[in-house]
Design a protein around this ligand. Structure first.
Ligand code: FES
Length: 247
């Protein structure tokens, strides 16, 4: 059967038997050996990969079920020479044990973190789109390598590095657009998401997601310049990159 699948960002076209397991296709056809076979019964997690961001056991997942989907293996976590922050955290903590199932743990953690900061379609639609009012952005070009990964058990309680805290990340809005003061829309302590939608709000495309709380919203005015509101946010969860935009 013909299979079209995006693996670690690269589109692949394969001809596979209908009963082929994803784990075998990844390891034997694509030479991606990070996912391991151990229990073969969907119990141990050593074979875990992500399908459209969700963790699945590749040992019991038919390859044809991945047709048209996006697959991430541990080989796709790092950004070139830069380790994913989870990989860095595992290294720093020595959390590898024998290493056999580390790829599965990494991808399971990745799915958990993405789930924490992946808004639903209803949340996106209910959000406040202030993009026409955005005047400038500071501090939001996040390089994952600099994000301090929270303890996995902490479920994210505002422990991220200062680089993406209110100290150095802000968005300037024009003070008034259509007579609306953004401070009435984003008062202090408002929680929500900042979405990075490079290609627009199109289902199936990718976005970066920042889960935030409004820390402050001072008004600025320079002589002869339009007044602006500088909204500062605290990022309260690991930012999720390349999250699929829901339908
Ligand atoms: S090999 Fe153990 S869950 Fe797949």
């Amino acid at each position: 059967m013909n299979l079209r699948v995006v693996v670690n960002g690269r589109e692949r076209h394969l001809d596979v038997p209908p009963h082929a397991l994803l784990l075998d296709v990844l390891r034997d056809e694509l030479d991606l050996k990070g996912a391991k076979r151990s229990c073969d019964t969907q119990v141990c997690g050593a074979c875990t990969v992500l399908i459209d961001g969700l963790a699945v056991s590749a040992c019991t997942y038919l390859a044809v079920e991945a047709d048209g989907r996006s697959v991430t293996t541990v080989e796709g976590l790092a950004d070139g020479e830069s380790l994913h922050p989870l990989q860095r955290a595992f290294l720093d903590a020595g959390a590898v044990q024998c290493g056999f199932c580390t790829s599965g743990m990494l991808l399971t953690a990745r799915a958990l973190l993405a789930e924490e900061a992946a808004p639903t379609r209803a949340e996106i639609n209910a959000g406040t789109d202030l993009s026409p009012e955005v005047a400038s952005v500071e501090g939001w070009m996040v390089n994952s390598a600099f994000i301090e990964t929270p303890d996995l058990a902490s479920r994210f309680v505002g422990k991220l590095a200062a680089r993406i805290s209110a100290d150095d990340s802000s968005i300037n809005f024009y003070a008034s657009s259509n007579s609306v003061d953004v401070r009435s829309l984003l008062p202090r302590d408002t929680t929500g998401y900042i979405l990075w939608l490079d290609e627009g709000d199109v289902a199936g495309r990718k976005m970066d997601v920042f889960k935030v709380t409004v820390a402050s919203a001072p008004k600025q005015r320079a002589v002869e310049d339009p007044a602006q509101i500088q909204i500062q946010f605290v990022v309260t969860a690991q930012p999720s990159e390349n999250v699929t935009i829901p339908a």
